[in-house]
Design a binder for this molecule. Structure first.
Ligand code: ADP
Ligand code: MG
Length: 256
């Protein structure tokens, strides 16, 4: 039995709870994620996908319910402990890249390692290795504003991976990548998942990208409406199932 890495226990998130028009973005959602899981989240725009992964990964705090990471309730951890935990375990890839414009790509990728006591030689080596894997090694001396959207996204992914996280949390990581780079990234994720036991929780709107995962959660109106497991299906069969769910769910949007 694999270890539970992330547990969401009846998690609800309400935005603007003190206002006249509160929005329930996430409604009583539970999930147990085991070490080595590769889970994909899909659903219509505004259905709560980003809220879901943010609340599960210490980026945001639920209004109700509990989140446990490695068996520990996040709410009971102090700010330093959460920070340390993030640094040691999590690799975030956001929709916006959050690269610092005053730093070169090399320096940006180095940022998460600045907290560590890794030697500067090893930092350099790690950055070169990850930059090669993401095809940004020729951009290391450039600044973010000198790079294209796809290049910045790849640099942000390199920054997320340079700490060798145990759990990758990614919100539309291929949103700005061309199809060749998208598939390269997913092959890299798959290899990290298969060979290094890295767990992955990823939002995408692309069924093809989702077909690299082992499990799909379809979110609608802040709830998990469908769960599909890849099981013994080939990637192609799993892909067809994902397309079906998206198609059926989209068609329901036209029925009252
Ligand atoms: P998705 O990622 O699926 O597009 P989100 O999780 O971003 O959806 O948003 C879910 C719902 O919560 C939407 O109705 C959105 O408008 C609302 N929402 C998201 N973030 C905020 C916020 N900071 N304040 C108020 N409402 C928000
Ligand atoms: Mg989103």
């Amino acid at each position: 039995m694999s270890k539970e890495i992330l547990v969401a226990d009846h998690v609800t998130k309400v935005y603007g709870i003190e206002t006249k028009n509160p929005v329930t973005a996430l409604s009583d959602v539970s999930l147990t994620m085991y070490e080595g899981d590769f889970i994909c989240v899909m659903g219509p725009s505004g259905s709560g996908k980003s809220t879901f992964i943010n609340n599960l990964s210490t980026i945001d705090v639920p209004t109700k319910g509990k989140v446990f990471i490695n068996g520990k309730e996040v709410r009971t951890m102090g700010e330093n402990e959460v920070g340390r935990f993030r640094y040691e375990n999590l690799g975030f890839i956001f929709q916006e890249f959050n690269l610092l414009d005053s730093l070169t790509i090399f320096e940006n990728i180095a940022v998460p390692l600045s907290l560590s006591n890794i030697s500067s030689d090893e930092i350099k080596e790690r950055i070169l290795t990850v930059a090669k894997r993401l095809n940004v090694e020729f951009l290391l001396e450039k600044y973010p504003y000198e790079c294209s959207g796809g290049q910045r996204q790849r640099a942000a992914i390199a920054r997320a991976l340079v700490t060798k996280p145990k759990l990758i949390v990614a919100d539309e990581p291929t949103g700005n990548l061309d199809s060749a780079h998208s598939h390269e990234l997913l092959e890299l994720f798959k290899s990290l998942n298969d060979n290094d036991g890295v767990s992955i929780l990823m939002v995408t709107h692309d069924s093809m990208i989702a077909s690299y995962s082992q499990k799909l959660l379809y979110i609608k109106d802040g709830k998990i409406a469908e769960t599909i497991e890849r099981g013994d299906l080939s990637q192609k069969e799993y892909f067809y199932k994902i397309v079906d769910v998206n198609s059926v769910e989209s068609q329901k949007l036209f029925v009252d």
